[in-house]
Design a protein around this ligand. Structure first.
Ligand SMILES: C[S@@+](CC[C@H](N)C(=O)[O-])C[C@H]1O[C@@H](n2cnc3c(N)ncnc32)[C@H](O)[C@@H]1O
Length: 375
């Protein structure tokens, strides 16, 4: 195995950046390398000299990326999640010892998303392990993240095994959802908000506004607690949201609206709400665009805070991993100041358990969520 020597490595962090490397024995892109710091072996990982993240470690000793390793890691990941039902994030990359690999399970169907070159070269091993372990009805690859460009990879959106129906029905906490893995966003459904959906359902009441509702995740959960209006700018997502509501015999209004414009419109119309949910997309995929993203968060939070009735509850989240918890909190405080309102933090949420956060890998902790009550 070729050697890569590093200056200093943060213990247990799975990434080696290009500026941390002193010398490499000329491995080819995607090759598995042994990383050493002084005389000590740090571990083994995928090498990509064209990426800022030059090595992605998957083991803390010299070890090949074998079929057995893939099989065991996926099995362990499954065992940690099997009490979540039939549909969940099965593998969450580095947090499950499989760098650059995401696998979502939708009943008998699996969707894989590959975000680094080393894993891309070995996805056949992953598919084989999945077939042996789960005997799935179908496996689909949805590798369409911009992150792939940074690794020199093309976008992939295709069936890799078995059959994939147009829509797959899944169940979350007794609620039925149709998922479109082929044309939907990301792999089709946002499992990461599962626990936050449960929590807001306990608190929601009255007039409920679900902003960025996609296929109705939060709307369907909270529908038993009040009158829900879900808004989103994607026509196809809203079509599915309507079908999802009908599937569960729920009466929910969905409207095609840009959230930024809608919040202003409601304000001008004197329309007010008792519960507002803000689950926007990641406003930035890069550090450079952080200021724009913070402005976006400020605007929607400020408007939502103004639109809330007294004692009303705001659920607000950020899935941009370049925005820290402190920066998000600062934005919320700033928004409250401009809205001339005060709030109590009644709960702090994060990503669901099937997206585990590694203590020494802060990058795995991306979802920040606050449940605020207007006082
Ligand atoms: C993270 S997803 C929301 C997931 C959803 N809350 C759920 O529980 O499944 C973000 C959504 O924001 C929508 N979106 C993005 N920009 C928007 C905008 N300016 N106005 C309205 N919706 C927008 C996207 O179409 C997408 O459905």
């Amino acid at each position: 195995m070729k050697k890569v020597i590093v200056r200093r490595h943060h213990p247990n962090h799975p990434w080696i950046f290009s500026n941390e490397i002193i010398k490499a024995e000329d491995p080819s892109p995607g090759e598995v390398v042994r990383v050493e710091e002084g005389k000590k072996v740090v571990g083994s990982g995928f090498y990509n000299p064209h990426s800022l993240i030059c090595v992605r470690l998957f083991a803390d000793k010299e070890e090949d990326f074998s079929k057995n390793l893939v099989f065991e890691r996926i099995k362990q990941a499954y065992n940690k999640r099997k009490d979540l039902g039939e549909s969940f994030r099965l593998v969450y990359s580095e947090s499950d010892g499989l760098p650059g690999l995401i696998i979502d399970k939708y009943n008998d169907y699996l969707v894989i998303e590959v975000n680094c070159l080393g894993m891309d070269k070995r996805k056949e091993l992953v598919v084989q392990a999945l077939i042996e372990l789960f005997n799935p009805a179908g496996i689909y690859e949805k590798s369409d993240e911009n992150l792939r460009k940074l690794e020199g990879l093309e976008i992939v959106n295709k069936k890799v095994y078995g059959e994939i129906p147009e829509l797959i029905e899944i169940e979350q906490d007794g609620i039925r959802f149709l998922v479109d893995i082929i044309n939907g966003q990301k792999t089709g459904f946002f499992f990461d908000q599962r626990e936050n959906r449960r929590k807001i359902t306990e608190i929601a009441r009255g007039e409920i506004l679900d902003c960025f509702c996609y296929t109705g995740g939060f709307s369907l959960y909270t529908a038993s607690k009040g009158n829900v209006l879900g808004i989103d700018s994607s026509e196809s997502a809203l079509e599915l949201a309507k079908r999802n509501a009908a599937l569960n015999n729920l009466k929910i209004d969905f409207e095609l609206m840009d959230v930024f414009k809608a919040l202003r419109k409601f304000y001008n119309e004197d329309r007010r709400f008792d519960t507002i949910i803000l689950d926007p997309p990641s406003f930035t995929k890069s550090k450079k665009k952080k200021a724009d993203a913070l402005r976006g968060y400020k605007e929607i939070n400020l408007m939502a805070m103004k639109l809330l009735n007294k004692d009303g509850v705001l659920f607000t989240s950020s899935c941009s991993y370049h925005i820290s918890d402190e920066e998000f909190l600062f934005t919320l405080r700033d928004s409250a100041k401009d809205a001339k309102a005060d709030f109590i933090i009644i709960h702090k949420g994060t990503q669901a358990k099937d997206h585990p956060v590694l203590l020494n890998f802060p990058e795995s902790n991306y979802l920040k969520a606050y449940f605020l009550q207007k006082v």
